[in-house]
Each structure stands twice: as C-alpha cells, then as structure tokens.
Design a protein around this ligand. Structure first.
Ligand code: HEC
Ligand code: HEC
Ligand code: HEC
Ligand code: HEC
Ligand code: HEC
Length: 576
C-alpha cells in the first residue's frame, strides 16, 4: 500500500488548517446478544446411479447447450425465451438480461475463484468441506448433480473448474435458468432451506421435469416447451416469495478456529433476515425490487404464446459494479457468454440503482461558530435490507470536504487513493485496526465507514471467510422498520452504533465539528456517500497467499482501479 500518499495527504490536511482535537472516548463494543443458532447443513439428496450426460443441438449465441440428468444449460432455454420485445420494440429478453448478471457469472467470477483458492490454501485439511460449500450456490447445477450421483463436489484441481470434469459446463453456467426454475416449495422459509438448502427433484427423468413459474400455461404451449427442452412449465407461485431467494441469500459458513477445528457456524450473509425484520416484509419482496415489472403485457416466449402480465424482468441488479467491470473488460479470457454491450447495460443499471435507489445523504444544518464548522448530516437507506448488504467485503462511507472562498481544500474526511484505500481509515492502514462507528467526527483522520468487520476465534480482524467467529463491528445502515433492540442475533448491530440513539431503522445522523481556522469564507461544504463492492483489505489480503487463481485476479485488479461509486451527494455554502 502507498502509505506515503496517505501520510502526505494527511499532512496537507493539517497544513490547510484542519486541526487535531482530542479523540472522543471510545467505549468497548458491548454485545449481549447471543451468537447465531446452528442451522442444519444443506439438505442432502439421495444417491442415485450416474448416467451419461447427453449433448444436444447447435450453440445459440455461444450459450452452452449441454443437458445433464437434472439440469439443462441456459442455451436450451434461449431458443424460445430470447428475442422478446415490449410494445415499444425494446429488447426485454430474459436471456439477454440474465447472462450479464452476477448470478449468471457466479462460477466464472474471478474474485470468487481466488477466494475459494485462498480458503483452501489457508485451511488445507478442510479443502473438501470448503469446496463443497462454495459450490452449493455458485455452481449449483454442478454441485447438485455430483451430490445426487455420489460424486466429489470439488471445484479446484480435478473439480468443476477443470474442463475435463463431466459437470464442467453445467457448473460454469452459474445460477442458471434450470437451477432457479426447479427449486421446489418443499422447505422454503425453514432453516433447512438456508445456506443453499434448496430442494430440487432428484427423481424425474429428463423429459418429465418441471420448470416452475408464476403462470398457468395451456397444455398446447406447455407441450411445445416440454418436447423441445425436456422441462414442463408448471405453475408454482412460490417463485414469487422472498423465501425462494433466501435459499442462497442466507448463508452460514462453518467456522474453523485457531486449532483447525470446526467450531459452529457464522452468519456470513443475512440479506433475507435483514429484509424480514424490516417494514419491507409487508410491502415488497426481493423480486419486486430486483425483477422490475413491465407496465404492459409481454409474450414470454418466441413461439407465439399469449401476452402475459405482469412480466418481470430478469435484471437482478445489485451493487457489484466493480466485478461487472472486470467481467466486461476481461470477458474473453474469463469465458463469459455475455457481450460487452450486455455488460454495459447491467453496469449502467447497477450504477443507476446505486445513485438513485440505494441511499441518500443530506445536510440537516451547517453553521460556523468561531473557528469551527458544525455540520449535521443525515443518511438514509432506501434499499430493502442493510446498506451495504450481502458479501462482507462491501462498504459505504461518508466523504466530507470543506473548501474556502477560492476553492482550496480546507478540510476533508473520507478521501481515497487510486488503489481504493480510504485516507484515515485504520482498517486500510493496519491489518488489525478499523474505524469505530462515530456519532461525532472532530478530526480529518476519522471516517464514518458503514461496514461489517469480522473477527476470528482469537478476536483478531480477518478476511478469511472460514475463520470468521464474530462481528467486531456492524454498523451497516439499517432498512426502514428495523428495530436494533429486537432482532435476531445473526443480524444484530455490533459496536458503538448500538448505543448511538440516532442510528435507527432507515437512517443515521452524524455531527462533524471541524476546525476551519482563519480560512476565507464563504465555505463550500460537500458530502458524498461512497460505495465500494470490495473494500481495500478484501483485495489486498489476497497477496498473503500464492496461487494461480489469486494471481490472476490480482492482475485484473491492478488494471481496473477500485474507485468507489457516488451513491448520493449534497452540497451547501456557509458564511461566518
Ligand atoms: C420450444 C420453446 C421453448 C423452450 C426451448 C423453452 N421454453 Fe419455456 N416456455 C415456452 C412456452 C411456449 C411457454 C408458455 C408461454 C405462455 O403460455 O405464456 C414457456 C413458459 C416458461 C416458463 C413459465 C412457466 C409458468 O408456469 O409461469 C418458464 C419458467 C420457462 N418457460 C422456463 C424455461 C426453461 C428454464 C427452459 C430451458 C430448459 C425453457 N423454458 C425452454 C417455450 C419454451
Ligand atoms: C448459501 C449460498 C452461498 C454459499 C454456500 C457461498 N456463497 Fe459466496 N456468495 C453468495 C451470494 C448470494 C453472494 C453475493 C452477495 C453480494 O453480491 O453481496 C456471494 C458472493 C461471494 C463473493 C463475492 C464475489 C464478488 O464478486 O464480489 C465471494 C468472494 C464469495 N461469495 C466466496 C464464497 C466462498 C469462498 C464460499 C465457500 C466458502 C462461498 N462463497 C459460499 C452465496 C453463497
Ligand atoms: C435467480 C433465479 C432465476 C433465474 C436464474 C432465472 N429465473 Fe426465470 N424467473 C424467476 C422468478 C422469481 C420469476 C417470477 C418473477 C415474477 O413474476 O415476479 C421468473 C419468471 C420467469 C418466466 C416467466 C416470466 C414472467 O415474469 O411472466 C420465464 C419464462 C422465465 N423466468 C424463464 C427463465 C429463463 C429462460 C432463465 C435463464 C435464462 C431464467 N428464467 C432464469 C427466477 C429466475
Ligand atoms: C441457487 C442460489 C441462488 C438463488 C436461488 C438466488 N441467488 Fe442471487 N446470487 C447467488 C450468488 C451465488 C450470487 C453472487 C454471484 C457472485 O457475485 O459471484 C448472487 C447474487 C445476487 C445479486 C447481486 C448482484 C450484484 O450485481 O451485486 C442479487 C441482486 C441477487 N443475487 C438477487 C437474487 C434474487 C432476487 C433471488 C430470488 C429471485 C436470488 N438472487 C436467488 C445465488 C442465488
Ligand atoms: C425496496 C427494494 C429492495 C428489496 C425489497 C430488496 N432489495 Fe436487494 N437491493 C436493493 C437495492 C437498492 C440494492 C443496491 C444497494 C446495495 O448494494 O445494497 C440492493 C442490493 C442487493 C444485493 C447486492 C448487495 C451488494 O452490494 O453486493 C443483493 C445480494 C440483494 N440486494 C438481495 C436481495 C434479497 C435476497 C432480497 C429479499 C430478501 C432483497 N434484496 C430485497 C433493493 C431492494
């Protein structure tokens, strides 16, 4: 890391007149809530004898056409679920929306592959357990098929990533059409469904398998699809429930302690529970925000079927703008099926969602008293869960700048470097540090970072997923209606934010009191809320272990700079 730059930046700030004050006393994090309860392992399916995989047809737009015993690659579905347009002629094809999403690329994702490699190198004795777990949601068709047929569920070496593995193609197809559309209603909402515990039929032969969807389909059309694809479209309203997405978006990792033993489970991604304990449970499902509805009716197949309404687009937009950019740029060597233009569309939607629907930041009041600028800032979360949510490497922070009458910087908190490190953030400067949650910021090297910081079984900060034992900090912005005193321990607020009275469901308020000295008024004060998919340490820590997939991702990350996205900003002028 370029420590000199940070130090130099900090000195500049000091020279500019933004003086030091005593740091407010920081009380130790209190966490009375008990640890997470154990969830059962992914639902096991019975073992059946393997059959040969059959390959059919010609490739359509390079999507794979392979058909296995339980799944079909997305190319077989593209035959009829592509070339769909709305009444204005806009392409709203299911396949073209889906193929450039993170879910379609869940197995090709080079950062994911690097992290799988790192976890196995750090925990070699556990590599079979690790690979089995990671494949469950990122390579679901490969994992399910291998498990049902009594095969190894490995990813690396001879595993799914190896081109000679018989399940390679289906595994690399990621969270594909026949994965989602075969998830049964059986255990949705029960803890056995979490951590990739979705139930998929392991009996029916290809040709007689069901693909669930929200409509009742006429026999005539159902027959066309069944004859061509081997799957019968079947009404199943459970696909509209948040519990359906929760099968993969509720994730407990096994914890490996410092002696190398398995020691319980860690609530690593709790999107569904965050949503469940918010007001959105009563108003909006995951699908209603992540699969926006078309206003008019749409023919959902290209074989002349009737207009269907509502039609929901397979956009699945989240926040991972960084990785979409990597996939877009290095698509050829990563082997993606979407074009650069497809990625541009998904990337554009992602940035747009971050800028307009994720959060807001505004000044409540700004005043100058003597040499002090006092700014009260309010941040609101507009998403249906914590912001940021999901993978613990995501972070959001406040960048505040004060400029004098000549436009010269007087003071700054939360600036960042080319390499994506936040200036003044302890976590980016030392392996063991991190910023506490602040109610007041009185020095430029204090930064409000909304994030989760994970500790290992010794209480040390870690980014090794399977060493995760507790949250040392979790002040990610809460969704509307989330009562921090009343929720399940797996999604509890951790650290100083628990005691902060204005850190509540939907919002946080923070006071900046900064010395502007004799600088020339009027001042322009600006706040930005910045979002980064991968915090500095989540990339940089990969350098601690050597591996080919790690090296490949580090090459990509050296090329694509990890600049944050401005989720929202506000600016105002203030005189003495
Ligand atoms: C030969 C064309 C064809 C192919 C190939 C095809 N489908 Fe379909 N699909 C249809 C038709 C026709 C309908 C019904 C359209 C209607 O009635 O509105 C349909 C409907 C659906 C539905 C809606 C079901 C419901 O009850 O709401 C889903 C889901 C679906 N298909 C998934 C798939 C998947 C997954 C694949 C790949 C394995 C696939 N389709 C391949 C033609 C096809
Ligand atoms: C229960 C399903 C599930 C399992 C099991 C799972 N993941 Fe994930 N993983 C997800 C989901 C969902 C996301 C996306 C979250 C987001 O975008 O915020 C994700 C995201 C990630 C990312 C971030 C990717 C990026 O581009 O930023 C990494 C790295 C990752 N997972 C690694 C792993 C590893 C390593 C394992 C095995 C130890 C694993 N995952 C097991 C569901 C799972
Ligand atoms: C992450 C899970 C997921 C994946 C992957 C997925 N779908 Fe869907 N699909 C859904 C859900 C959920 C709905 C119902 C959405 C709604 O109506 O709100 C749906 C709806 C549909 C419909 C009916 C359209 C409508 O809204 O009327 C069709 C057809 C369909 N999907 C086909 C496909 C095909 C083809 C693919 C692969 C290219 C695919 N799906 C991938 C979850 C998924
Ligand atoms: C079979 C497992 C599975 C199911 C079911 C599933 N997801 Fe995902 N989802 C994933 C994985 C894995 C990722 C992360 C891929 C990566 O980043 O490498 C992901 C990522 C996402 C993202 C993040 C995209 C981004 O660009 O940041 C969104 C949004 C999302 N899923 C929404 C949904 C919704 C909505 C549903 C239900 C309709 C759903 N998912 C069902 C496995 C699943
Ligand atoms: C009120 C709308 C809304 C609802 C409801 C909602 N989301 Fe989101 N979701 C968003 C917005 C906006 C973002 C982008 C901001 C962010 O990254 O958190 C997002 C981001 C995500 C991400 C990517 C997180 C990241 O930064 O990597 C995942 C994964 C996700 N949502 C899954 C879900 C799941 C699963 C559900 C249902 C349990 C759900 N969402 C419900 C609006 C919503």
């Amino acid at each position: 890391m370029k420590r000199e730059i940070i130090v130099a930046g900090f000195l500049l700030l000091l020279l500019a007149g933004c003086a030091h004050q005593a740091e407010p006393a920081v009380t130790a994090a209190t966490s009375e809530v008990s640890g997470p309860t154990r969830t059962p392992p992914p639902t096991a399916t019975s073992v059946v004898t393997a059959t040969e995989a059959v390959t059919t047809g010609e490739p359509v737009a390079l999507l794979p056409m392979e058909q296995g015993r339980f799944f079909s690659a997305s190319g077989n579905c593209a035959i009829c679920h592509t070339d769909l347009t709305d009444e204005n002629g806009t392409d709203i094809s299911i396949v073209s929306d889906w193929r450039s999403t993170m879910m379609a690329n869940a197995a090709r994702d080079p950062y994911w592959q690097a992290m799988v490699e790192r976890e196995t190198l750090i925990n070699p004795a556990m590599s079979a357990v690790v690979e089995d777990q990671c494949a469950t949601c990122h390579m679901p068709a490969g994992h399910f098929s291998a498990q049902a047929e009594g095969d190894e569920t490995r990813i690396l070496s001879r595993g799914f990533l190896n081109q000679s593995n018989r399940l390679h193609t289906l595994a690399l197809d990621g969270v594909s059409c026949t994965v989602c559309h075969q998830i049964a209603e059986t255990n949705l909402g029960f803890s056995s469904s979490y951590s990739g515990g979705y139930v998929i039929d392991n009996q029916s032969p290809m040709g007689e398998r069901s693909a669930y969807g929200p409509h009742t389909i006429d026999d005539e059309y159902a027959g066309v699809m069944q004859a061509e694809s081997g799957f019968k479209p079947t009404w199943g309203a459970h696909v509209l429930r948040s519990e359906y997405c929760a099968t993969c978006h509720t994730l407990y990792w096994p914890t490996i302690d410092s002696s190398g033993q398995l020691a319980g489970d860690f609530p690593g991604q709790m999107v569904y529970f965050e949503w469940y304990y918010s007001d959105y449970r009563r108003s909006q499902s995951c699908q209603s925000c992540h699969m926006p509805e078309e206003s008019a009716g749409v023919r959902i197949s290209s074989v002349g079927s009737p207009l269907r309404s509502p039609f929901s687009r397979h956009e699945f937009i989240g926040g991972n703008s960084y990785m979409l950019n990597v996939l877009r740029t290095f698509g050829d060597e990563i082997g993606v099926t979407a074009s650069q233009a497809d990625f541009d569309v998904t990337l554009g939607r992602t940035n747009d969602q971050l800028e307009t629907q994720s959060a807001s930041i505004n000044f409540e009041s700004v005043e100058i008293i003597d040499a002090w600028l006092r700014a009260k800032v309010r941040v609101e979360n507009l998403s249906g869960h914590k912001f940021p949510t999901g993978y613990p490497g995501r972070r959001v922070w406040i960048h505040l700048t004060i400029r004098d009458a000549d436009g010269q910087m007087v003071c700054e908190s939360g600036g960042y470097n080319q390499n994506g490190a936040i200036i003044g953030n302890d976590n980016d400067q030392s392996e063991s540090g991190f910023e506490p949650h602040y109610e007041q910021i009185v020095r430029p090297d204090q930064v409000q970072v909304y994030e989760s910081i994970i500790g290992d079984s010794e209480g040390e900060v870690t980014t090794v997923l399977l060493h995760s034992a507790s949250y040392l900090k979790d002040n990610r912005l809460l969704p509307d209606g989330f009562d921090k005193e009343q929720v399940y321990s797996g999604i509890a607020v951790r650290g100083q934010a628990r005691e902060d009275e204005n850190f509540i469901g939907g919002s946080d308020e923070i006071l900046y009191v900064l010395d502007v000295g004799q600088a020339k008024a009027p001042f322009t004060v600006t706040v930005e809320l910045l979002y980064q998919s991968l915090g500095y340490r989540w990339i940089n820590d990969l350098r601690m272990v050597e591996g080919t997939r790690i090296a490949r991702f580090l090459d990509y990350s050296d090329t694509i700079s990890n600049q944050p996205i401005i989720a929202f900003q506000d600016s105002t002028e203030v005189s003495r």
